[in-house]
Design a protein around this ligand. Structure first.
Ligand code: KET
Length: 453
């Protein structure tokens, strides 16, 4: 179809289209030399009439979530997914907590509930309760109204909103993350507009914390830099600083004006106690300084797919906190407008009710205990097989994961020969194991290690 076809037509709408095309031909959309007939023959054609996306390369699967994709394709009846950090029961099934079922029932029974948009900052009661959960009921920062909390899309969304807020409004644009860390951290912060650098954290030779390296690297960071800290149950290593080491980290960071950004994805999963796991954060808040906290309810309430989390920014004064919140809204509104209502409502029901809250802490402790028992069983199973190496890190490490020390070749051997799926860095999700599957895993580790792959 040519532009002249429209101008010679008698219909008013064709004439309008004709005028528009003449405008486009002469204007900025298509250079005048462009052959419009080929454009309209196939409105989105690329080279030789093919797709305009034909040049795309196939992207690799996500290093963590891609493990589940590969697992799902495997028809073997003995397959085992130890990739993603998601809790499973002794029967290997995903778990919906009893308190979550009760809270959902309450929500369904309440006929006054509506599905209107939430405000940009999310469910206000949820925000208040989340701040209390992480900072403590008696937190002076909360009492002094110095904390602003916004509901976000789980831990990932909270990190992303916090990152973009810092990129826009904080004087330092560099964020230091642990080496190694959760694979999504560098991507989240880079896309948020920050420059990502690493600090030493894990020492493969001791399978423990490289505390000296950590202090040196943070000590050498430019004043004011942002530092991402795993609040507890470090992912992927399962290695956390002691409380004394946290105190040293705090002193060093405050003396250099480094900005703490806590990622709290596992509160309650490390020790089984919500308060114990929040302690490092509370130490930083107690000194009166500022910090950011990204909270997730994916693991500790089993609300993975509900995408419910919170970003809190602890400020020096109530006046600043109000302004910070106003700017957070400007970050959120064009990103996803406002957060979802269902997951946050479930959390609010549980956190506001003393009985449900207590029941939750029991269920959480049971999950943490089952993981600890898996650690013991795997350790014993390797010992019983006489598997070469010191496997005591399996029982020393904290939280959902064991950083086994297995290399990528060993991991791929275990996947191929034993249908055991895990991330290529040798991280296994202990929550995916059960008493029934421990022997199979131990056999495969033993084979991988003794075959000297
Ligand atoms: N921080 C850390 C440290 C983390 O391990 C995860 C998830 C998140 C944040 C984000 O979780 P969210 O579901 O957005 O609240 N980690 C597991 C799942 C994943 O990779 O998405 C994992 O490491 O397996």
């Amino acid at each position: 179809m040519k532009t002249s076809d429209f101008s010679s037509s008698s219909s008013p709408s064709d004439r309008r289209i004709g005028a528009l095309l003449r405008h486009l031909t002469a204007g900025t959309y298509f250079p005048a030399s462009d052959n419009l007939s080929s454009v309209f023959a196939s409105p989105t054609s690329g080279i030789n009439g093919g797709s305009v996306f034909a040049h795309l390369v196939q992207a690799p699967e996500d290093p963590i979530l891609g493990v589940t994709v590969a697992y799902n394709k495997d028809p073997s009846p003995i397959k085992l997914n130890l990739g993603v950090g998601a809790y499973r029961t002794e029967e290997g099934k995903p778990l919906v907590l009893n308190v979550v079922r009760k809270a959902e029932q309450q929500l369904i029974n309440d006929k006054s509930r509506i599905k209107e948009y939430l405000p940009i900052v999310g469910l206000v009661e949820f925000n208040k309760l989340s701040a209390k959960l992480i900072l403590g009921a008696d937190s002076p920062a909360i009492r002094e109204n110095r904390v602003t909390t916004v509901e976000c899309l789980s831990g990932t969304g909270s990190l992303r909103v916090g990152g973009e807020f810092l990129a826009k409004h904080y004087h330092q644009k560099t964020i230091y993350i642990t080496q190694p860390t959760w694979g999504n951290h560098p991507k989240i912060f880079t896309l948020a507009g920050l420059t990502v650098k690493t600090y030493r954290y894990y020492d493969p030779s001791t399978q423990g914390l490289n505390f000296q390296g950590l202090l040196e690297d943070l000590g050498a960071a430019p004043p004011g830099s942002i530092v991402l800290l795993h609040a507890c149950a470090h992912n992927p290593t399962g290695v956390d600083p002691t409380i004394q080491q946290w105190e040293q980290i705090r002193k060093l960071m405050r003396s250099k004006g480094l900005m703490p950004f806590f990622d709290s994805a596992y509160q309650g999963f490390a020790s089984g106690s919500l308060d114990t796991d929040a302690k490092p954060i509370r130490m930083f808040v107690a000194d009166g300084g500022e910090c950011l906290i990204a909270q997730s309810y994916a693991k500790n309430m089993g609300l993975y797919g509900e995408r419910v989390g919170a970003l809190s920014i602890v400020c020096k004064s109530a006046e600043v906190a109000v302004k910070v919140e106003s700017q957070l809204k400007l970050v959120i509104r064009p990103m996803y407008s406002s957060p979802p209502i269902h997951g946050a409502s479930i959390v609010a029901v549980i956190l506001r009710d003393r009985n449900l809250f207590n029941e939750w802490t029991l269920e959480l402790k049971a999950m943490a205990d089952r993981i600890i028992s898996m650690r013991k069983q795997l350790f014993e199973a390797l010992r019983a097989r006489g598997t070469p190496g010191d496997w005591s890190h399996i029982i020393k490490q904290i939280g959902m994961f064991t950083f086994t020390g297995l290399n990528p070749a060993q991991v791929s051997f275990m996947t191929k020969e034993y249908h055991i799926y895990m991330t290529s860095d040798g991280r296994i999700s202990m929550a995916g194991l059960s008493s029934k599957t421990v022997p199979h895993l131990a056999d495969s580790i033993h084979a991988a290690v003794t075959k000297a792959i």
